[in-house]
Ligand binder design. Structure first.
Ligand SMILES: C[S@@+](CC[C@H](N)C(=O)[O-])C[C@H]1O[C@@H](n2cnc3c(N)ncnc32)[C@H](O)[C@@H]1O
Length: 274
């Protein structure tokens, strides 16, 4: 997601009613300070300030808007509170901000780093746009002088490791998989078919990138696990891939929106329980 290039309608706050999620994470509580969760949608100011502090820490390393980062922090808190088994995974890491947010939130909640964090990226930027990604994506990739180009979203593995090290979270739970998703993601599943995923964060922008990650990683996501689809509203190819996957696999999941509609997420739940 290209933070500085949100079209106007995405920047506007959502005017309609917010969809209540079945297992929607409780809103920001004292995750960052580690106290008991209570509020659902209107956290006390002190709690909010902790989350804002976390977002400030992450900001240099992520292009995801604040609402998306806030949701991610809530999602980590939620899966931990609900004891949903599994690792944290991000496909599309760039400078590592979102990935760091997951690890920092986990540490803030339980004062230790335990869950495995799997980070997939070429660390060489985005692959070429395909026709299914749409004209806006094609124009974006051609406009190499645009300030929103970010060198085709390129950040090296060494840079991400350095960022993690500076944040104090480069530990043995953090795993990097350098290469194209088309190779690294199926290889990971082949080598670790037993792994469960609690949060799957998809941020690879394009159709093929989203498709390969869903096809291989969705089956590993735990029941009530969360799949965050960063580019659902922004890039056409990403939305195609999501609808195609859900349709092909006969899945009834609702697509839920982060409150400013800058990104979307799915709670993996086979059927409603109530
Ligand atoms: C928009 S950036 C990710 C932003 C990041 N999550 C953040 O917090 O700011 C997209 C990333 O996806 C990676 N990417 C996209 N498609 C890929 C693919 N097929 N294989 C490997 N990396 C890919 C790019 O290298 C880039 O780092």
């Amino acid at each position: 997601m290209l933070r500085h290039y949100l079209p106007g309608f995405l920047k506007k706050p959502f005017q309609g009613e917010r969809v209540a999620a079945i297992a929607e994470p409780p809103s920001v509580t004292d995750a960052v300070a580690g106290s008991v969760a209570q509020s659902v949608s209107d956290p006390p100011v002190s709690e909010r300030s902790k989350v804002e502090q976390m977002i400030q820490t992450i900001r240099p390393y992520s292009m995801v808007p604040d609402a998306g980062l806030e949701y991610l922090i809530q999602a980590v808190q939620s899966v931990m509170q609900q004891q949903i088994a599994g690792d944290f995974v991000e496909c599309g890491v760039w400078k590592g901000g979102c990935a760091a947010a997951m690890k920092l939130t986990e540490i803030a909640i339980q004062h230790q780093s335990q869950r495995l964090l799997h980070l997939f990226d070429s660390f060489e930027g985005l692959p070429p746009v395909q026709p299914i990604d749409g004209p806006m994506a094609r124009r974006w990739q051609q406009d190499v002088d645009s300030p929103g180009y970010f060198d085709n979203c390129t950040a090296s593995l060494a840079l991400v490791q350095q960022n993690f090290s500076q944040l104090g979270i480069l530990d043995s739970t953090v795993n990097f998989y350098k290469g194209w998703f088309e190779t690294t993601v199926p290889q990971f599943v082949q080598q670790h078919p037993e792994r469960k995923i609690a949060i799957l964060r998809l941020d690879g922008d394009w159709y093929e990138s989203t498709k390969v990650c869903l096809e291989n990683l969705y089956p590993l996501v735990s029941e009530n696990g969360i799949i965050i689809i960063d580019d659902y509203y922004y890039w056409d190819g990403c939305a195609f891939a999501v609808h195609e996957y859900l349709g092909k696999n006969g899945l009834n999941h609702r697509i839920r929106s982060v409150h400013d509609f800058s990104s979307a997420y799915i709670i993996k739940q086979a059927y409603r329980e109530a």
